[in-house]
Design a protein around this ligand. Structure first.
Ligand code: FAD
Length: 487
């Protein structure tokens, strides 16, 4: 952990003093603080060792912008670290406070502000399932125009509990990225309202592309109050599992279905042997009966009206449908195969085998199927193939890997990631908690400049943005902070 000017005893005393000074705010200081100081960091055996036991001193749960401002101003006055939090479903210790202080839990700041055809604005703490529920129902936009049936363009498999602010702060995308790419693709996020961390906090509107400088940086460089995002037409989504005995047929089918332009779809997931067996053992209710005797499975979400095209392709590739549920059946059962895709696959597999972990792999469009085959041949049963089919930020059909890894040691885990890189497959290392060591991959001076602007005292989620901790060195370089863009 990087050295920072935070004395734990002083931070604790000042955090607790804040809870007294701001009695109108909902504060949590009891045993719940421990749970609210954590996320799903324990997916990684490395992070589990490094981050276990971290705890904030208090949790604030503001309900209005004025309440948020009061907490932020109080922290700025006292020099207390602030860690923003949505629902805490992040994976890399993103919302775990390295230096104590206050967790700013935004889950009660959660209103849908307005919807127009194809776009909505919300408070950051809205849960994505709740947002979809509301935008799917709106028939007339706040601008008076017809506005029937819209939904988020991409949601993580945690959409039931996770917040949109949290997805923006720490996530990538998910179900729907097969059409619209990751959240970062141009047009998906149109703007954010952010609050500065200073004695008199200001709320500022940032439009894309500047707004994206606050994306996937773990809330280190700005506190997001509101988001304005593009929506997609909502369809009745049919869920199916297509089984294959042969891996090559399964991956060819998944890739062809993902690319098929006439089949309206929302998700295509490939889980190679023995993952279907692991999920069956985990007893995931949404999959009941769909994985019996299945070697390789492709989980599919297509519009109900696209079913004939889906079945035609299943026949062409020699698969068989082992589970089919209409949108209405999914809604009535309140169970969805979405909650067995993306990192939910990892979650369910971990329930069965605690010796597993995972990595995050970014394939190259056009070569992704070939690369996936080559890695499977190279790594065998040590790395279990899990592919999510997506479009890249630029729109090319591709896949993103969340392979399960039979963990033996940190060294072997590093070797496995290197083997991916040697095959031309990028790794977003999920076993690190520093922004630049993960997906970002390097110090981005514009991200650091944004922090200078929005959080000049460095109180937001301190210790996770290397560019901030090294800003003096960067400034000393001729091309460093002195020449960074100003916002
Ligand atoms: C089982 C499982 C499945 C998952 N599947 C996916 C997936 O399909 N796709 C995907 O992208 N991710 C996935 N994730 C990761 C995570 O669930 C998502 O990124 C989710 O959107 C995070 O939302 P949250 O509200 O829980 O955020 P949190 O975990 O609370 O926060 C995430 C980060 O954002 C920051 N943050 C939160 N709110 C704000 C704010 N208002 N302003 C500034 N910073 C803020 C936090 O400080 C933290 O660093 C998965 C995780 C798990 C455990």
């Amino acid at each position: 952990m990087s050295a920072a000017p935070f004395d734990p005893a002083v931070v604790r005393e000042r955090s607790l003093a804040l809870t007294q000074a701001l009695p109108a705010i909902e504060w949590i200081t009891d045993g719940r603080v421990e749970r609210l100081s954590q996320d799903f960091y324990w997916f990684s055996p490395v992070l589990k060792r490094q981050l276990e036991g971290l705890r904030a001193d208090a949790v604030a749960r503001p309900k209005t912008e004025d309440e948020i401002r009061a907490v932020v101003a109080g922290c700025a006055r006292s020099g207390v670290p602030i860690t923003p939090r949505g629902s805490g479903t992040g994976n890399y210790g993103q919302c775990m406070p390295l230096h104590g202080g206050v967790i700013l839990d935004l889950s009660a700041y959660n209103r849908l502000l307005w919807v127009k055809p194809g776009v909505a604005r919300v408070q950051a703490g809205i849960r994505m399932m709740e947002m979809d529920r509301q935008t799917q129902q709106v028939q007339v936009g706040t601008d008076g125009r017809p506005c029937g049936g819209w939904e988020l363009r991409c949601v993580p498999s945690t959409y039931r509990s996770a917040t949109l602010g949290g997805l923006f702060g720490g996530g990538f995308g998910g179900v729907g990225s097969i059409n619209h790419g990751p959240l970062a693709a141009t047009g998906n996020v149109l703007g954010v309202r952010a609050m500065t961390v200073e004695l008199e906090p200001q709320a500022l509107e940032l439009r894309a592309p500047e707004a994206l400088l606050l994306h996937h940086v773990y809330g280190t460089n700005g506190l997001v109050l509101e988001l304005e995002v593009g929506l997609a037409p909502a369809h009745p989504w049919l869920e199916a599992i297509v089984a294959f005995d042969d891996f090559d047929a399964a991956i060819d089918f998944a890739d062809a279905l993902a690319a098929a332009p006439g089949i309206v779809k929302k998700g295509v997931t490939l889980l190679a042997e023995p993952i279907p067996a692991l999920l069956r053992q985990a007893g995931v209710p949404a999959l009941a009966g769909g994985l019996d005797g299945v070697a390789h499975a492709v989980f599919v979400l297509v519009a109900e009206f696209a079913e004939p095209g889906l079945l035609q392709m299943v026949g062409e590739f020699g698969g068989r449908v082992t589970l089919r549920r209409s949108a209405d059946e999914v809604r009535r059962s309140n169970r969805t195969i979405v909650e067995a895709t993306w990192n939910h696959t990892t979650l369910h597999a971990l329930k069965v085998d605690k010796g597993l972990t995972y990595v995050q792999a970014g394939f190259q469009p056009e070569r992704h199927v070939q690369q996936a085959r080559a890695l499977r041949a190279r790594l065998g049963d040590e790395v279990l193939v899990h592919l999510e089919f997506i479009r890249t930020k630029e729109g090319a059909p591709n896949c993103s890997g969340l392979p399960l890894v039979r963990y033996t040691s940190d060294e072997r885990l590093a070797e496995i990631m290197q083997i991916h890189r040697d095959h031309g497959v990028a790794i977003a290392n999920p076993h690190v908690y520093i922004v630049e060591d993960g997906k970002q991959g390097r110090i981005n001076p514009a991200v650091v400049a944004m922090k200078q602007h929005l959080d000049p005292a460095g109180l937001l989620n301190p210790g996770k943005l290397r560019g901030w901790d090294e800003r003096e060195r960067l400034a000393a370089d001729a091309a460093g902070l002195a020449t960074l863009p100003r916002f």
